[in-house]
Design a protein around this ligand. Structure first.
Ligand code: NIG
Ligand code: FE
Length: 425
């Protein structure tokens, strides 16, 4: 029987499958053995899922009677999984270019935050912006991420703080989920900063008693889908106790725990994340040895954000120690008005140079492990049969070019495919 398929990508110099294991994440030893196929092809079916991946000759013979909606000749090129960006703050109005100069002149992140700038500045502008304005700028940012190869991105609210504005942001994320090709994982981050005039405890009470019940109701009505809950657990923001209460209340309404911890000060966030069964803790520049061991034991992913450490001139996250200890290390761009970076190729480059990750480790961290951090590793993050057909084609004969070339990846990434549909070429 002659069957019809959506897309054939044929004759690639290399296809980086990433992994072919049962477990949907890679640890240090596995990362060294990424599955890279030479002279290979890949088939995506009409359901948007991968039907076959293997030597070009074998695929040609096997599918000799099949027809394809689209065929892409990948001679001289490489195929990789679409990148998964495990941490972004992409819905906001009011950039902070003026603060960049202040930081270069020596102001710290917390100096600016405590003087009413930083997140507070963005909250003011985001509160004033219309839902339509927010959606338009968000859509444009997602397009830029897509052109840099990202096909699944975690998107946080958190520049509203007040319920009304938080819900506005979550509706904007929901609209992107419904209207755009790029996949989003939606995160409620109402505890991103403590609103003026409130204590962390009062803000936590408001979130637990008012925000979360509203979120639950809107999810039940099908108005929004929220996947994760996030808190900025930091000295001078949400302390460990308030963070724990918020996370537990989020867990009780079915959200995955995925929060900011141990960034500027050691807070025992990693230890608490492990204890509460968090999917992931982000940042971790100041994580303790005990925290690292706890993350490994609990299989709680460490989402490392090399752009933040770079821009704020922080201590680098201890990627090597985490890998050695058996932590599931993932990467995110942390795109936000403080770290204005859309690009996972750039993030992987920084992870290799500044955090001493290998090329293979960085790629696994930006694909399968980031998908794991978002609870999507069964559908995303590797090019295995049955998974979603999200791939990028790069114009280079070795896959490492996507990390090696520092910038300019708009020219390198020739084509982005989501569910077998060519969404950028
Ligand atoms: O991950 N640390 C808290 N949140 C963000 C920064 C958000 C902002 O400054 O607007 C981060 O770096
Ligand atoms: Fe962040």
């Amino acid at each position: 029987m002659a069957s019809k398929f959506r897309l054939l990508l044929e004759n690639a110099e290399q296809i980086v499958v990433v992994c072919t294991k049962e477990e949907q994440y890679l640890l240090e030893d596995g990362m060294q053995h990424l599955a890279v196929l030479e002279k290979s092809s890949l088939v995506i079916g009409n359901d948007g899922c991968i039907k076959a991946v293997g030597p070009a000759e074998t695929i040609r013979n096997h599918f000799s009677n099949a027809s394809f909606e689209n065929i892409i000749d990948c001679s001289g090129k490489c195929i990789l999984p679409g990148f998964v960006d495990a941490h972004t703050h992409p819905v906001w109005a009011g950039d902070r270019v003026h603060e960049f100069a202040m930081k270069l002149a020596g102001a710290t992140y917390m100096d600016i935050h405590q003087a009413g700038g930083g997140i507070n500045y963005t909250v003011e502008h985001t509160t004033a912006a219309s839902e339509e304005e927010l959606f338009c700028s968000f859509k444009h940012r997602l397009e830029r991420m897509l052109r840099a190869g990202t096909t699944l991105v975690e998107c946080k609210s958190g520049y509203g703080l007040k319920l009304e504005t938080e819900l506005k942001m979550l509706r904007v994320i929901e609209r992107a989920h419904r209207e755009l090709d790029i996949a989003v994982s939606s995160t409620y981050c109402g505890a991103h900063s403590v609103p003026k005039g409130k204590s962390a405890q009062e803000a936590a009470d408001d979130i637990i008693n008012n925000h979360l019940p509203a979120l639950k109701q809107m999810s039940l009505n099908g108005e929004i889908h929220v996947d994760n809950i996030d808190v900025f657990c930091e000295k001078g923001v949400f302390d460990l106790e308030s963070t724990g209460r918020i996370l537990q209340a989020g867990k009780a309404i079915g959200l995955n725990l995925n929060f900011h911890g141990d960034e500027l000060n050691p807070m025992n966030s990693a230890e608490m994340g492990a204890e509460l069964g968090a999917h992931a803790v982000s940042h971790l520049e100041e994580v303790s040895d005990k925290g690292i061991a706890a993350l490994a034991k609990a299989k709680c992913s460490a989402v490392l954000l090399p752009t933040t450490a770079y821009i704020l001139r922080l201590k680098q996250p201890r990627a090597r120690d985490m890998l050695k200890a058996g932590v599931i290390v993932s990467l995110g761009s942390d795109f936000n008005p403080n770290a204005y970076c859309f690009s996972m190729p750039m993030v992987m480059h920084l992870a290799c140079v500044n955090m001493k990750m290998s090329l293979k480790e960085a790629l696994a961290a930006a694909t399968i492990n980031a998908a794991y951090a978002l609870g999507r590793a069964h559908t995303h993050g590797s090019l295995e049969v049955g998974k979603q057909g999200d791939v990028i084609v790069i114009n280079a004969s070795r896959w490492e070019h996507v990390i090696y070339q520092f910038g300019g990846h708009q020219e390198l990434i020739e084509c982005v495919v989501i569910k077998g549909k060519i969404v950028y070429k």
